[in-house]
Each structure stands twice: as C-alpha cells, then as structure tokens.
Design a protein around this ligand. Sequence first.
Ligand code: GLU
Length: 502
Amino acid sequence: MSPNDKVRVRFAPSPTGHIHLGNVRTALFNWLFARKHGGTFILRIEDTDLERSEARYETQLIEDLKWLGLDWDEGPDVGGPFPPYRQSDKMDVYKGYAERLIKERKAYYCFCTAEELERDRQQAMAEQRQPNYSGKCRNIDPAEAERRRAAGEPAAIRLQIPERPIRFHDIVRGDVEFSNEVVSDPIIVRSSGMPTYNYVVVIDDADMKITHVIRGDDHISNTPKQVAVYEALGLPVPEFAHLSTILGPDRERLSKRHGATSVASFRDMGVLPEALMNYLALLGWAPSGGDREIFSKDELIKEFDLDRVNAAPAVFDFTKLYWINRHYIKQSPPERIHQMGTEALQRAGLLPASVNGNVSGWTNGLIDLLAPYVDQLDQLPEKAKIIFNHDAAAALALPENAELFASDKTKAVMQAFAKHAVNESPLTPERFKAIMDEIKAETGAKGKDLFHPVRIMLIGSHSGPDFNKLIPLIEDGSKLELPTHVKSVHERVTEFIATQKN
Ligand code: GLU
C-alpha cells in the first residue's frame, strides 16, 4: 500500500446469530483503524450460508453496532460506491469470476461425491496422512468435464493450488507460511452452485478495494486459501491482521458458559456503551507507555495502532469491565442515569409502567442514592431492596446481626428509637438528629452502638446510605402509589419491635 492510498477496512459478519463479543471487538478495531487514518469503514453482510442466515440477526447486529457507537461509511443500509453490500445479492458476480477461473484452467470441476471424499479421508487418517483432497479430478480433460456436466452429473469447482508454499504477511503475527499440501485444492463453488466463503470474501474484498483485512485469528488457516484466490485472479493481496482469541477467566475460549457474551446482554445489564467500547479496545491492544485504562472514543481513535495489537490470547476480565462501567456511570449526566435506572426498576416491577410527577422525582432521588453502590445499572433493583423489601424477620435472623442483638445496649437503643419514632410522621432528618442525640443521652450509646441498631431496624443492614438521604426517601416513598408499598419509618420500626418480641 502506498502512503497515498486511503485505508479501506470492513467488518463482515455472518448474520447467523447474536453477535459475539469477539466479533464486536473485530468491528471496533476495524473502525478505530479507519477513523485513526481518515479511512473508510465498511459493513458487509456475509450471508452466503442461506440456511443459517436470518434477516432479524442482521437488524440486530446493526442495532448493536450503532448502540456501541460505531458508524460505517458504506454498507447495506447506507449504500456506497461498491454495491451490493450483502453477499446474497451478488451471486452473478461470483459465478462470473468462477467461470473465468475455469476458462483460465486455474480452477476445475470436481465430480467426487461426498461418499468418495469421506472414504479418502478415512483412508488418509488410517495411513496417518493429512486428509487432503487427492487431486483426482485435477486432470480431467475440460471437454470431458463439460460433457459430464451437460449429462447432469453434479460438480463442485475447486481452485488449483500452486505447487509451492503460500506466504502472507500478518501485521500482528509477522510472516506466515502454509505448505500447499495443507491448503489442498479448496472448493470455491459447491455442487449446489453456492460459492464458498473463502472464495466470495476475496471477490468482495477486492471489489470493495479493501486495504487491510482485520479479523479474528480463527480465520488464519483460511487466509492461504484466500491468498491463492487473489493470486489466481491476479488481484492485489491486502494486508492482514489476525486478532487473538478472547478467553474467559478460566482461559477457555470465551463462550456463553462464562456469562454474558452478546452486546444485547451487556446493554440489558446496564453496561454503558462507552464502557464496553473502552474495555473491548483493551482486549489485545494496549497504548504505548503507561497502563492507563480509561479512554474516551476520541482518545481511542488517537491512540489506536495495529502495531500494538498483541498476538497472545486476551483474557476477558468481567471485573475490569464493571470497574470501567462504574467510572462511566459516575461521569454520566444524572438525567441519563435516571432514565436508565428507572427502566431497570420498571423491568423489575418495582415501578409502574409510566413514571411521572411525584413518582418520577422520588425515583430520581432513589437512583441518586443507590447508583454509587452499583457497577451495572441492573443491580439497582437488588440495591433498592432496602427501600422496597423491609423484612424485620429476615434482619433479625441474619447471623451477622446476632452479636449486636445480644447486647443490652442495642436493645435499649432499639426500644428508645421505637418510642421516639412512632410519634413522628413523617420523620424528618432534623428530628432524626435530635432523637438520636436524646437516645445517646438516655442510653449512653454512641457511634456504631448507637447507629447500627437503628439502621438495621430501618433497612435490615448496619451499612448503607446516609440517614439524611435515606429517611426522606423512605418517608416520601411511603406516600406514593407504587406496585410494592414502601413502608414508612413508623411501619418499619413498629414491625421490627413486634417481630423481635415474638
Ligand atoms: N463472515 C466471516 C465471519 O463472520 C468474516 C470473516 C472475514 O472477516 O473475512 O467470521
């Protein structure tokens, strides 16, 4: 590539399922590389596997990529100078090139049946040889092949691989070489007439003037076949960069077994798109100098460099992702967190389907109170249990509270608080402070001994948000019409003392 050539890269997913994180990382690296170099990022849909491809997956992946913050300059939805951007719309083009290869005797018809190929494979295995194609149809005279085809005999088309190693350069791995035996003569068009991935990908990359093919290293053994197709067609070979595999924390290939692996599942968990983008960028790439981990989109574009992509497998660290997410939650404008938090609480059934007026104001206060304690917004309903699920019996049964309940001082504080608090409705932070001062004087308890029992009475746990924020939230919530009634301070305390007596 000469310095004047503009970078053109593509992300080429197959719409056969929900897009996996590894593929999203591939999309991101392509996008960062294009944006960094002022190049073009292309979305191409590889749907030659008609049986497994579904339009809904295409819609979903477009939605996922947009959510993450990626945009493309050419693609099935936005068009571009080299259409079509969906392989199923391009069958005639592939057919034309295959005919040309046959005519130039760089490809040939193969009449081997599936059974024959399987027999050869078994035999090779038994003889401890590589199960490569024997090449038996290579030398069929073209006129004879035409005659057999005309007579209706099914035939695939195979590319004739040259008798020499196939080499290519990989930006991540350096020089790579495959022996021609390993590559064998790959099928480029099946006997059904369907062209294969290794063939169409080359036509598309060449048609779309792709300069760099950046993709997962699961494709590395496909690359020599593709290089052979470029060479047979006399097309310029692009640069390659194969990205390492992503492993789960147990160092096995990242899969559903490890938990969330789709963009949609992270979105539903309340992971912010900029957090996921930031984290994915660090999977197999590191900026030069330092171990900085927080990067905005613009900073990533500025810093990203294919030369700093690591060939070693990257381990997906969920904890780090959530840590980064917590950073972005804290940085977000409150309105955004209010909106997302409200949705999470609605999904959990804690709020009505439409939230407005007083409920909205109160909900925002609740979210402000709890958001500092979460690193995924879908944890809010669990945290909101302190408000919605006051359960005196459960608090009394908690082993971690046992020692505290055994002390006479605790009992005295609880009794005193109950006595004072039942007369306050609603309890205000000012009155709360005054009451606590009185209890301190009455019982001699202070610090933890004074505050822990009261907090347990109110929320079931001795740790939690500041009373000044907590108490108004409880009291205001108790006056709202919500799917789950929020108990007032009065209700909580009365219930606690009653349960304790039983
Ligand atoms: N459709 C292929 C995949 O999803 C794309 C491979 C490539 O980028 O060449 O794995």
